[in-house]
Design a protein around this ligand. Structure first.
Ligand code: F6P
Length: 557
């Protein structure tokens, strides 16, 4: 277990996190009645009835613009959703998070990723200590190290400069770094090669290093706990690979650094804690890309750009904390997701960045959203009475259009979409960017308004084909626009989703910051591994399916 708490010891919830059960909240009941009235209304009707809707249903924060007019909502819906947020204690819960209350109650931890991007002048006191100076001390240490590696002053064991950086980590210790590296590649130092190893599948490591020279390679072992099976296995393989080439234990000090909260385990692995970049138990793995876990990002884009990214995060934090809910981007997005998940029974949300640099953004969001809100009990341990976290997925546009958009347009499921686009491209190339953006706007328009049978008929389509060519429309979407992919904008976008997830979790009254659902599989895998490797036959104590799969593997491996 990660926390110091034993079963049954969960701390009493603070009063602010003990709202009336969701189904009993007046706003929820009102939303149920309201859904009966407007659930079937078409976006065509809503737009026809309110020509100003496209301008009115928008909000902007620090250059991040949200058009939410193509959602199946009216003024009344929005009023009730905001009321629901108030009745659910969202405001108090936001304050509790920023204040450092231990809102991750099942692990008895504060949730203070917002402190990672707090300016030096701020003070956030946790257990009697201001955490902001420690955050900046780590940032300074990361900056000094990054400067030395980037300039070539940091030499490897044979005196060569570092050319390759391999981040070894998984989950939050991988997805954020990979996503940020890809997103900000434009700003990266191009003579450095970056690779990311996460999977315990040996092919991941083997392919990542197959063309690298050990004496020019730096491994960043990124693990909050420094006990994660995949990461430690890859880190040990990396050490063997390095020593296989350099044949000298002392080389490890020049070629390995650790990013962790666990100095003891780092020391045990053989990494000098001088070469360790720390963070704290109040940073959740999936909320850690702006902590030392972001060292690969800083090495790629440099300390100044990294700090600009933090400034972007912070700007969105301030917006989230201080803006009335009606104009609060993360709150609006969180509420809309609750609306579709619980009233329209939508199972998923598609995130569709029309920006190649954001190609790993949907994968990053999958852990952020689903590890956070994939929960079946409320904070007090009772079973939830509604659906919780939807499935997030997506691919960058326009690729998705030639793949799964068919289902979004004409399938039987309702899939709310987030389109993300930018006014400016980082790589102006002929008409490419206008073409890209034309597709963003076209897709959102087609999804919302569709094409009626009459319109199809008027095009002279044969009678038998008309049903196939009808687009029902009424498929909701948000459109998010920003200037261009800069470090600052990326910080704002990530924080936007972090806080939208927070808002959803606050309404559902779940613990968005634990992840007990990953434990059972880990325990079973450890047991099964013993059975796969043992010379003697396993005792057959699993179910008949698992027993025979193990047996078949043992025979054929
Ligand atoms: O998947 C479970 C999890 O605990 C994630 O929450 C976390 O990001 C990942 O494993 C990696 O953990 P660590 O950084 O401790 O290696």
């Amino acid at each position: 277990m990660r926390s110091g708490l034993d079963k049954g010891e969960i701390k009493r919830m603070p009063t602010a996190t003990k709202p009336v059960p969701l189904g009993d909240r007046p706003a929820w009941k009102a939303l149920q009645g309201h859904f009966e009235q407007i659930g079937g209304k078409h976006l065509r009707e809503l737009f026809a009835a309110d020509p100003g809707r496209g301008e009115r249903y928008t909000a902007e924060a620090d250059g991040i613009f949200l058009d939410y007019s193509k959602n199946r909502v009216t003024d009344e819906t929005l009023k009730l959703l905001v009321q629901l947020a108030e009745e659910s204690g969202v405001r108090e819960k936001i304050e509790a998070m920023f204040r450092g209350d231990k809102i991750n109650i099942t692990e008895d931890r504060a949730v203070l990723h917002v402190a990672l991007r707090a300016p030096k002048s701020e003070s956030i006191v946790l257990d009697g200590e201001d955490v902001v100076p420690a955050v900046h001390a780590v940032l300074d240490k990361m900056s000094g190290f990054s400067d030395r590696v980037r300039s070539g002053a940091w030499k490897g064991h044979t005196g060569k400069k570092i050319r390759n950086i391999v981040n070894i980590g998984i989950g939050g210790s991988d997805l954020g770094p990979v996503m940020a590296y890809e997103a900000l590649k434009h700003y990266s130092q191009r003579d450095l090669v970056f690779r990311f190893v996460s999977n315990v599948d040996g092919s991941d490591f083997a392919e990542a290093v197959q063309d690298l020279q050990a004496d020019e390679t730096l491994f960043l072992v990124a693990s909050k706990t420094f006990t994660t099976l995949e990461t430690m296995t890859n880190a040990h393989s990396a050490r063997e690979w390095l020593l296989g080439q350099l044949s000298d234990e002392t080389a490890v000090a020049k070629h390995f650094v650790a990013i962790s909260t666990n100095a003891k385990e780092v020391g045990k692995f053989g990494i000098d804690t001088e070469n360790m970049f720390g963070f704290w138990d109040w940073v959740g793995g999936r909320y850690s890309m702006d902590s030392a876990i972001g060292l690969s990002t800083m090495l790629a884009i440099g300390p100044d750009n990294f700090r600009a990214m933090l400034a972007g995060f912070h700007a969105m934090d301030v917006h989230f904390r201080t803006t009335p809910f009606e104009k609060n981007l993360p709150v609006l997005m969180g509420l809309l997701t609750v609306w579709y998940t619980d009233f329209f029974d939508a199972q998923t949300v598609a995130v569709l960045p029309y920006e190649q640099y954001l190609k790993r953004f949907p994968a990053y969001l999958q852990q952020l959203t689903m590890e956070s809100n994939g929960k079946h009990v409320t904070l007090d341990g009772t079973h939830v009475t509604t659906q919780t976290g939807p499935i997030y997925w997506g691919e960058p546009g326009t690729n998705g259009q030639h793949s799964f958009y068919q289902l979004i347009h004409q399938g039987t499921r309702l899939i709310p979409c987030d389109f993300i686009g930018f006014y400016k491209t980082l790589n102006p190339l002929g008409r490419h960017h206008d073409m890209l953006m034309a597709n963003v706007f076209a897709q959102a328009e087609a999804l919302a308004f569709g094409k009626t049978a009459e319109e199809v008929k008027a095009e002279g389509v044969a009678e038998a084909l008309i049903p196939h060519k009808v687009f029902e429309g009424n498929r909701p979407s948000n459109t998010i626009l920003a200037e261009s992919v800069t470090p600052e904008v990326l910080g704002k976008l990530v924080a936007l989703y972090e806080h939208a997830v927070f808002t959803q979790g606050a309404i559902w009254n779940i613990d968005s910051f634990d992840q007990w659902g990953v434990e059972l599989g880990k325990v079973l895998a450890t047991r099964i591994l013993g059975e796969l490797e043992s010379a003697s036959a396993p005792d057959g104590s699993h179910d008949s399916s698992t027993n025979s799969l193990i047996e078949r593997y043992r025979k054929n491996k």
